[in-house]
Every structure is written in structure tokens, then in C-alpha cells.
Design a binder for this molecule. Structure first.
Ligand SMILES: Cc1ncc(COP(=O)(O)O)c(C=O)c1O
Length: 405
């Protein structure tokens, strides 16, 4: 009997492993698989270009001029916010720079930014370089909330205490909802509340959260969030990213690094005019949308439109629980499950830590040889479950290999 989930799996191209057989893909935390519909979605846009040239901007069935805008409705459903609070544009790191330009406003003694130690390198580089551009010394003003030096697990109590201790001098707290190297889910709602209480801007990196955990931006109430779409959202390598701006920050008077697409289409071509940004997230756009990057995202989002959010996250919970219990009961001595022992809740990514880098390399080699695709960060093996194409059988196959069977 085929299930709803089998039907979804058939809509994705599954990479081949070795000779003939489909691989078992547990790497959606890095890059999601290609929806088969992407090929025709790309060809459709090539055909519009070929047949209409510049007229594709206004006369195509889905005009290029605002080709990215209708992604916001689906993404807003998945992130529980208003469509006007989401804009698809640029890439995650570029959007982080744009958000910092607007929301990092150092004043008097309030100049510091707090991130977690072992933050994703691009986040830390973006923030350090941004502080330098703004004339703020990152060595003195970038704080790192402690992580366990071995496991990189964030001590949440200490994180909250660090915010309390620096409540007078923190301008911004910028954190991931799901940590890239451990899969740890941070209590972002509580952190956001504390930030608001002290007038600190709170920004989120949702790279490992969208499509991995039920993100609820209405509840989290961060000032901004940045995201990519090439992981669980399956929009393809280097696909266009996005920015969420909380509606309380929509005002045109918020400073920004602007461009013509931040203005209403009616005045985009006006010369000698003051910059008048749109008063929603689309007012942070700089350039015209990259059609060949948005087209795959649209094809992927059309699949997400067909699955209920509740069913999708329930299936992640089922797969994750199965994976965690199987790992707890079957791991060889050289590997340990990262994080708390609880099997309830958590993200689609589960991490294992090997005793040594060599042991991690060996484990990855063995998995690859057996057609299981996942990845490694130093001593940590990262595995993720994606309900649209992973099943209990995939997890059982993984466990067989890890047990050396
Ligand atoms: C947590 C996190 N932040 C930032 C990035 C960088 O994203 P981009 O290259 O799309 O700017 C990644 C990429 O994997 C990531 O995992």
C-alpha cells in the first residue's frame, strides 16, 4: 500500500548511490533534494525569456517584476507570520548584513552584539565585518555566549544570565533557532522576551529551522530573521534567501541600505526623487528578483502547499523519535548521541559525536560506501530526516550500517 509520504517521495530526484540503487539521503540540513518539477519550472522561465524578451517583466503569466512576491504567502504560513513580514531576496548572509544595517544602532554604551560561541562562520564573519564598517571594534564589542567546548551545546541558563549581565550594553542578540553543528533547539521565545524587556534588538538565523521545526515568528516576536531556502525547503544550491521583518519595524524611517526595488513599482523609475521605501518587508529589497533562482523555490513551495504543516511536523517527530531511540540502543562505543537524552521535540537534524576525528572520518566513509548520504563537521556527524522523502526504512538502514551489520 502506498502512503501519502511515498507519493511525496516520488516527486523528488533521489541521488544514486553506487551502482544502480537510490541512496538514502540524510543531508537536508545542508542541501535539500531536487523536486522533479523544478526542471520544467526552469524551462518555463527560459521559454518566457526566449519568446518575450524584456516583455517577460510585465506580460508573462507570472510577471518577473514581482516574481518573488508570491512566495511570501507560503513561507509566512510555514513560519507563522504575516506575508508582508517576509521577503524573498539575496542570500542569508547578505540579508543579515542588510538587517544589521537597519537594526544594529549602537548608542552611548549600548554597542555590543551577543552571538553563541561556535556560531556558523558566515554569521560571525558578517557581524564582525559589519561592526568594523560601522567603526565599532568587534574584539571589544562582540560577545560569545558559552557553549560546551567539547559538544558545542549552548548552556541556556548561562546564555540568559549573559543577557541579564549585559542588559545595559547589548544593542543586539543574534542567535540561531536551531544550532548548525548540534541540532540544539534554542528557547528563542524566552530569549526574545528577555531582549524586549531590556530594549535589545533580537535577530534570528533560521537556516536550520525552516522546514525542520515549527517556526512560530508571531510568538517568537524577534525584530528580524534571516533564512535560506536550499536546505529543507529544497530550492536548490545557492537558491535565493529571505528576510523577515517584524511589522513593528516597518516604518520607512528605519535606516537601510536601499535600492530601487525597495520602492513601490509606481515610483521605481522616477529620477531625482528621495528614497521612499515600501512600509513592509519588501521595502528592504535592493535589486530586481533573480528569476532563475526563485523559479525552483516556487516549484518546491508548490509541494509544501500540498502537505499540511501539522502532518509534516508530526512526521518529523515520528522519524526523529525512531532515529533517536534506535541510536540510543545501537550506537557503537566510538559514537555518542549529542544533546539531552529526551527523545521528545527537537529539530529534524540529530548529531552524533565520534571519539576522534579519525573515528568520524571512518564512520562517514562506511556510511558513504553503503549509500547513506550525510555529513561531518570535525568530530560531529550530522543526520537529518525530511518527511517528504525519508522513511522509517531509511533510518533502519542507517542503523544497520552503524552497527556494522
Ligand atoms: C546557520 C547558517 N547560517 C548561515 C549560512 C550561510 O548561508 P548563505 O551562504 O546562504 O549566506 C548557513 C549555510 O549553510 C548556515 O547553515
Amino acid at each position: 500500500m502506498t502512503t501519502l509520504w511515498d507519493d511525496f517521495k516520488s516527486q523528488f530526484a533521489i541521488p544514486r548511490a553506487g551502482v544502480g540503487a537510490d541512496g538514502i539521503y540524510l543531508c537536508s540540513h545542508s542541501l535539500g533534494l531536487m523536486p522533479r518539477s523544478v526542471r520544467s519550472a526552469m524551462i518555463d522561465q527560459l521559454d518566457v525569456w526566449a519568446s518575450m524578451g524584456v516583455d517577460g517583466h510585465f506580460r508573462a503569466v507570472d510577471p518577473w517584476i514581482d516574481f518573488n512576491l508570491n512566495c511570501s504567502a507560503t513561507l509566512a504560513k510555514w513560519a507563522n507570520c504575516k506575508p508582508a513580514e517576509i521577503i524573498v531576496m539575496n542570500s542569508l548572509t547578505v540579508n543579515l548584513q542588510l538587517a544589521l544595517a537597519s537594526f544594529y544602532q549602537p548608542r552611548y554604551n549600548r554597542c555590543k552584539v551577543l552571538i553563541e560561541s561556535s556560531a556558523f562562520p558566515s554569521d560571525e564573519i558578517a557581524i564582525c565585518s559589519h561592526l568594523m564598517v560601522r567603526g565599532v571594534d568587534p574584539h571589544a564589542h562582540l560577545l560569545n555566549a558559552d557553549c560546551d567546548p567539547e559538544t558545542h551545546w549552548v548552556d541556556v541558563d548561562r546564555l540568559l544570565t549573559t543577557i541579564e549581565d549585559h542588559k545595559e550594553d547589548l544593542a543586539c542578540v543574534i542567535l540561531p533557532m536551531v544550532k548548525h553543528d548540534t541540532g540544539q533547539l534554542l528557547p528563542v521565545q524566552a530569549i526574545g522576551q528577555l531582549c524586549r524587556q531590556y530594549g535589545i534588538i533580537f535577530g534570528l538565523d533560521l537556516a536550520h529551522a525552516l522546514g525542520s521545526v515549527p517556526v512560530d515568528l508571531a510568538k517568537i516576536d524577534s525584530d528580524f530573521a534571516v533564512f535560506c531556502t536550499y536546505k529543507y525547503l529544497c530550492a536548490g544550491p545557492g537558491a535565493v534567501g529571505g528576510l523577515y521583518v517584524n511589522q513593528r519595524n516597518f516604518s520607512a524611517s528605519v535606516p537601510r541600505l536601499g535600492g530601487w526595488f525597495g520602492q513601490p513599482s509606481s515610483i521605481r523609475f522616477n529620477v531625482n526623487e528621495r528614497f521612499r521605501p515600501i512600509e513592509d518587508a519588501s521595502g528592504w529589497q535592493v535589486s530586481n528578483p533573480p528569476i532563475f533562482s526563485v523559479a525552483p523555490l516556487k516549484a518546491a513551495l508548490a509541494i509544501f502547499e500540498k502537505v499540511s504543516r501539522a502532518d509534516y511536523f508530526q512526521q518529523i517527530a515520528i522519524l526523529r523519535r525512531h532515529l533517536q531511540i534506535a541510536l540510543q540502543n545501537n550506537l557503537p562505543d566510538k559514537l555518542a548521541l549529542l544533546g539531552e537524552n529526551s527523545v521528545e521535540g527537537g529539530a529534524a537534524m540529530v548529531c552524533l559525536q565520534a571519539r576522534s576525528q579519525g573515528a568520524a572520518e571512518m564512520a562517514i566513509k562506511e556510511l558513504t560506501r553503503s549509500g547513506i548520504i550525510c555529513d561531518r563537521r570535525h568530530r560531529t556527524l550530522r543526520l537529518s530526516v525530511m518527511p517528504l522523502y525519508n522513511s522509517i526504512e531509511d533510518i533502519d538502514a542507517l542503523i544497520t550500517v552503524l552497527r556494522g551489520g
